[in-house]
Design a protein around this ligand. Sequence first.
Ligand SMILES: [Zn+2]
Length: 181
Amino acid sequence: MHELTEKEFNSFKRICEKDGIKYDTEEEYREAARNLFEYVKLTYEMAREHHGWEQRLKDEPRGFWLDSAGRTCYVCHTNVHGQIWFDKWGLKCANCQEAFEKKVFPGYVLKDRDNEKHVTDSQLNWKYGVCPRTIKKLTRTGLLKARQIPNGPAIFLRKENPDLPQIIRDYKKPAPSSSNK
Ligand SMILES: [Zn+2]
């Protein structure tokens, strides 16, 4: 993709004026335009790359390894430096991919970005406020049914844990005002 041209810069300025966005100096306009341009370029390149992978899936429907310099595994959310697996469900680190092949968890977990169908142990902690020790205890006693990825997170499928909302209500850490800190 080319660099930002004068014509594009001028049209950026016009759009700013129309939308009531004001910068004090010409240099600030240029910087804002450059930032937007870089952002669009990056988004476009990512979309194009993704499209390329989708095309490749037609010949390799099971999926394939990609070089990764910090891409995120959709399952355990760690940044992968090395090889990452891509298939119709998305990106998986080698560890999660191995567990997936052994059918430890279903593929829909990768698409379930809003936790409507599953939640991981670390999400139960940071997103829903249940402490890790409690999660382990509930799993051990069978109140929570976990799909444990070896060396990875525990996954709780909502359909296997219909009481999850109630459990979260019951075991949530107390609000800061009622704790010692
Ligand atoms: Zn992973």
